[in-house]
Each structure stands twice: as structure tokens, then as C-alpha cells.
Design a protein around this ligand. Structure first.
Ligand SMILES: *Cc1c(COP(=O)(O)O)cnc(C)c1O
Length: 364
């Protein structure tokens, strides 16, 4: 039996990609905001229902450039229950991450943010983890009260809509990752969405070494997406609708098959999320009720050639270069990191494979 991994990258039809990159041989324009880049930037903005979107070479640099473009300093309140990239970007931008605990939907607990604010706090950085949406309205209220910027790591949330609004239109800016493993990808890539056009100017400088004509406006980065990446994005975007409906079917199958397994909590549901993207299928294992730990279940699945992932273990706050004991300050995040397993989910995963996985979980 073939290995079933947690994800499998979407591949557009080979001919379609070849057709898209043909023009690159005509123009020899390989990078630096070429024709394909321009087309994809416009299409992504439209898909995300946002006025402003800028493409980057990956999600991590996108987030770093957002923090630099905002000239943030001091402390940024964030969540440890995320991919390490979120926190790395904060540190690399010269700021200090302050870790806030999370809620049962795994997003930052908005009721605990205010207590963490000091005179050094400059921003709140929430993560729409697994495509679950942060408490955007309450976070905005707290931010306005203390004059803080709001940034979202929306790496998991491409195409998600909250009360019919594009997820990238909340806060001051959002980062999306177009990494090969994400719902929509450009092999490697990312995008920033933002509300204020002047932030866009600063982001464009960050993306291109700080260069503006013949002046060097700031110390910038190289964040440019190349034409081959853009071509992959144009192809994948064309197939996204059908991929999402396949993902939705797979997601529903898991929910049906696992509904009655004692000790397994299914992904949370939020009725305000009017469009979902079915990016991950995280189950929470209650060791006592289930009769087996998350780690043991993972090992058992591995023996059956199924490879789920422990997103996010360890916590981003457990970086060995940070002070010890940060994980204990966010007990829910710590507990989730020890008990969550993300099951294989990708477009066109065989529903029979899902039944096979669920039978192993249900110990049938
Ligand atoms: C994937 C991911 C990133 C980083 O994106 P890259 O494009 O891989 O650099 C950041 N945050 C989260 C939550 C992610 O899942």
C-alpha cells in the first residue's frame, strides 16, 4: 500500500503549465514583476476580495516585510500555537514576541490580550490557524483602544470568508503563504494584503531592496516572486474551485466517520465563517477517554503507512534559543500541541483512504 502523507501538492495539468511558461521564452523576462506576476497579483486580489495585494517569494518573507514596512518596534503579542515562521519573523524584524494563550478553536484568546499589553507593545499578530478565524472584531477593538497595529498570519486561510468578507481585509495587513503544501500554491510564494495604500508603498520598497528609481529609501529585502512561480499560481488558481469541493467532500467524510469515536474531538465549527477552505483536519485526542495518547495513535497510523502531522509541536515558544518555561505560560496551547494530530487531507485524496484511516483510528 502506498504511503498516505498529510498532504500532497496540487499539480495543474502538465500541458497547461507548459503553455503558461511559453511566453517567458518570448520575453526572457524571468523575474522583477513581469507580465505573469502582474496578472497573478490582480487575480489573487480579486479572489481574496481585497483592494490591495502584493506577491512575494514566500510567506515568511512576506510577514517579515509587513513588520518592517510598519516600522514596528518593541513587543508584539502573538500565539505560540503556530508554525515557527510567525515567531521567527517577529524576532528577525527586531521585535520581541509576547505569547498569549489560545482558545478551543486554537486561535489567540482575545480575552487574554489586554493583560499582556505594556508601554512597549506595538502590535497584535494573530494566526488564522487551520483556517479558523481569529476574533477579528474584538482584537480590532483592543488594538484601537491602545493604538496598536493588527497583523494576521493567514497562511492557512486562503479564500476563507468571514461574514462574507475576504479574510485579508481584516486588521492592517495579512500574510498568505503559497507554499507547495498550502491549499493554493505557487511552489514557493506568498502575498500581503493591506488596507492603507501608503503601507503598500513601503511594502514594495521592502520587496525590492529599498530601491525607488535611483534612490535607496530604506534597508530592504529581496522578496520578489519570479515568473515560473507566477505561472504555477495562474494555473492552480484556475482549478481551485474544483479542488476545494474535493477537499470539502474529504473533510465531510472524516467528520462522518469519526463522529462517534470516543475521545476524539473533531475540528471546531464557526458559523460566521461563510466560506471555508478545508485546509487541515485537526483532531484532538483525549488520552483518557480514547485510551491511547496522540503520540501512540500517530505511531500506530505510521505502522499502517499513514503519516499525519503534529501541527504544532513543539510550540513556536519552545525554540531552544528562547528562555525556558514559556510553554507553561500558555497551558492550553501546550496541551493542544501535545494532543492534536492533523490527518491527511488534500484535493482528490481517495475517500477509501479516508475510510481506511478512520477505521484505524476507531480501532475497528
Ligand atoms: C506555511 C506557514 C508560514 C510560512 O510560509 P512559507 O511560505 O512556507 O514561508 C507561516 N505561518 C504559518 C502558520 C504557516 O503555516
Amino acid at each position: 500500500m502506498e504511503r498516505i502523507n498529510v498532504t500532497r501538492s496540487s499539480m495543474p495539468p502538465y500541458e497547461e503549465y507548459c503553455n503558461e511558461i511559453k511566453t517567458i521564452w518570448d520575453t526572457a523576462h524571468l523575474t522583477n514583476m513581469g507580465a505573469l506576476h502582474k496578472r497573478l497579483e490582480a487575480e489573487v486580489a480579486e479572489y481574496l476580495k481585497t483592494e490591495h495585494a502584493l506577491l512575494f517569494n514566500n510567506g515568511h518573507i512576506t510577514l517579515y516585510c509587513i513588520l518592517k514596512a510598519m516600522e514596528l518596534q518593541g513587543e508584539i503579542i502573538t500565539t505560540p500555537f503556530t508554525f515557527t515562521s510567525t515567531v521567527n519573523a517577529i524576532v528577525q524584524a527586531g521585535c520581541i514576541p509576547v505569547f498569549c494563550d489560545v482558545k478551543p478553536d486554537y486561535t489567540i484568546d482575545e480575552t487574554k490580550i489586554e493583560k499582556l499589553i505594556t508601554e512597549k507593545t506595538s502590535a497584535i499578530l494573530g494566526v488564522h490557524v487551520y483556517g479558523n478565524v481569529c476574533a477579528v472584531d474584538e482584537i480590532q477593538r483592543v488594538a484601537e483602544k491602545y493604538h496598536l497595529k493588527v497583523i494576521y498570519d493567514a497562511a492557512h486561510a486562503f479564500g476563507v470568508e468571514y461574514l462574507r468578507r475576504g479574510i485579508g481585509t481584516f486588521g492592517d495587513a495579512s500574510m498568505f503563504s503559497f507554499h507547495a503544501t498550502k491549499v493554493f500554491h505557487t511552489i514557493e510564494g506568498g502575498c500581503a494584503t493591506y488596507q492603507d495604500a501608503s503601507l503598500g508603498d513601503a511594502l514594495e520598497l521592502q520587496r525590492n531592496h529599498g530601491i525607488c528609481g535611483e534612490t535607496l529609501k530604506c534597508v530592504g529585502m529581496n522578496g520578489k516572486m519570479n515568473e515560473f512561480q507566477a505561472a504555477m499560481g495562474l494555473c492552480n488558481l484556475r482549478h481551485l474551485k474544483e479542488e476545494l469541493s474535493a477537499r470539502s467532500a474529504a473533510y465531510e467524510r472524516y467528520s462522518q466517520c469519526l463522529a462517534n469515536v470516543k475521545g476524539i474531538r473533531l475540528p471546531p465549527v464557526n458559523k460566521n465563517i461563510t466560506t471555508e477552505n478545508y485546509s487541515y483536519y485537526p483532531i484532538l485526542v483525549d488520552t483518557e477517554q480514547y485510551g491511547e495518547s496522540r503520540d501512540k495513535l500517530a505511531e500506530r497510523l505510521n505502522l499502517h503507512n499513514v503519516f499525519p502531522r503534529k501541527y504544532f509541536f513543539p510550540l513556536a515558544s519552545e525554540n531552544e534559543t528562547f528562555e525556558k518555561g514559556l510553554a507553561e505560560q500558555t497551558p492550553y496551547a501546550k496541551m493542544y500541541s501535545r494532543n492534536i494530530l492533523c490527518l491527511p487531507l488534500y484535493a482528490h485524496i481517495d475517500l477509501k483512504d479516508i475510510d481506511y484511516i478512520c477505521n484505524i483510528i476507531a480501532k475497528k
